[in-house]
Design a protein. Structure first.
Length: 394
């Protein structure tokens, strides 16, 4: 799948940088164009892979390149005011060569959480390509303002994009880990999981051909209908045996030994086991998979370690677990030393973290109303006191 990636804010820019690094290392060709948008000049200068001409500094007239200080309302205002500057960088994207836009942002800060929904709305108004979001939720230990920003931004972002893929830092930070090393590992995890998913179907001449091709249309159809999505991933090391394995995958469904010497029964069992681990293990956004509206299974690895029976069994198991009849599946042959299952669950509903954010947003709104009411009462009292002091003078 060919994507135009736009990193909005510090976290978004860093993740897009990591995707470009992943592209170089694997040759997956996911990122057709990369843009970074920020209100902080230092964050843009710290990027390594995104071309300098695609780094857009907004809000200079208001914040002088120093960021918005976790004020996501200010971030949204600046994005609205300077949307033409962002569009200037997007104009350089060869839109006819991409399958979709992907806006990546941390939802806890000010620039990304405020600006990304504004950009999503703008892109959907102009282009016919799907506009997806990848929202990164802050950890609970990052502070109340970040949770509040995420609660506000989440509701707006999910409404403005065609589908919101979510990664929850709270589920991934390790105790005792420094903030910097923690984020570095989290960014690697984000790119690993979404890289396998978006890389499926991007086959170059000379590559092994998938038996059941997963292309961009399968991903787009799985994300259709909007809502929130999460991704599961599980991998196991194997020893590549060489050859493209295509013939053996057609001839080994009886559970015997295939032409490459692989035990087809073991291959099938490995695949079904990985599918279960991916779906029931740590998802990018922890949730109950029962009730997911759509799902996509991508098995990647050396072709001789993939077979039709295992993938079909994994797909049927996903149908049973989710209760959805819209479960797609296929393989993505790559010359790596592991077999991996990547599962996209779209339209998930039973998500404790989202319910928690919604509660935070409701409580915050109630508090804001109380504070405003108190402020108005105090202002009225001040006016009345002043009037009482002035009356005797007249």
């Amino acid at each position: 799948m060919k994507l135009a990636m736009i990193g909005f804010g510090q976290a978004g820019g860093k993740v897009v940088d990591k995707f470009l690094e992943y592209d170089e290392a694997t040759g997956s060709g996911i990122v057709r164009s990369a843009v970074a948008v920020n209100t902080a000049k230092a964050d843009l200068l710290g990027l390594e892979k995104i071309p300098e001409e695609n780094r857009v500094l907004i809000g200079q007239a208001r914040v002088k390149g120093h960021g918005v200080g976790a004020d996501n309302e200010l971030g949204a205002e600046i994005a609205e005011e300077d949307i033409d500057e962002v569009q200037g960088a997007i104009d350089n994207i060869p839109v006819h060569e991409i399958d979709a836009f992907l806006i990546i942002a941390g939802l806890g800060g000010g620039t990304g959480s405020g600006g990304s929904p504004v950009l999503a709305k703008h892109l959907k108004r102009i282009y016919t390509e799907p506009v997806y979001g990848l929202g990164i939720l802050p950890g609970g230990d990052e502070g109340g303002i970040y949770t509040l920003n995420a609660a506000r931004s989440f509701q707006t972002f999910v409404r403005e994009v065609d589908n919101l893929l979510v990664f929850d830092n709270d589920a991934w930070r390790k105790s005792g880990e420094s903030m910097e090393s923690g984020y570095e590992e989290i960014n690697d995890e984000i790119v690993r999981r979404f890289g396998v998913l978006f890389g499926a179907g991007e086959v170059e001449a000379g590559d092994a051909v998938a038996e059941s091709v997963v292309d961009s249309s399968e991903i787009i159809n799985t994300l259709a209908g909007g809502g929130v999505s999460t991704v599961g991933y599980a991998a196991e090391s194997v020893e590549p045996t060489g050859g493209d394995g295509l013939l053996s995958r057609f001839t080994s469904d009886d559970g015997g030994i295939d032409d490459s010497g692989m035990d087809a029964a073991n291959t099938t069992n490995r695949i079904t086991s990985l599918v279960r681990k991916a779906a029931l293990g740590r998802l990018t956004l922890p949730c109950e998979i029962d009730g997911a509206e759509r799902a996509l299974l991508v098995m990647s690895g050396p072709p001789e370690h993939l077979n039709r029976k295992g993938i079909e069994r994994g797909r049927k198991w996903l149908e049973e677990q989710t209760g959805s009849m819209e479960v797609r599946g296929g393989d993505y042959p790559v010359r790596e030393n592991n077999v991996a299952a990547s599962i996209l669950l779209s339209g998930v509903h039973n998500v404790p973290r989202i319910k928690e954010l919604q509660q935070v947003a409701i409580e915050a709104q109630d508090n804001i109303d109380d504070i405003r009411e108190q402020s108005e009462e105090q202002l009225q009292e001040l006016v009345e006191d002043d009037q009482d002091e002035l009356d005797p003078l007249f």
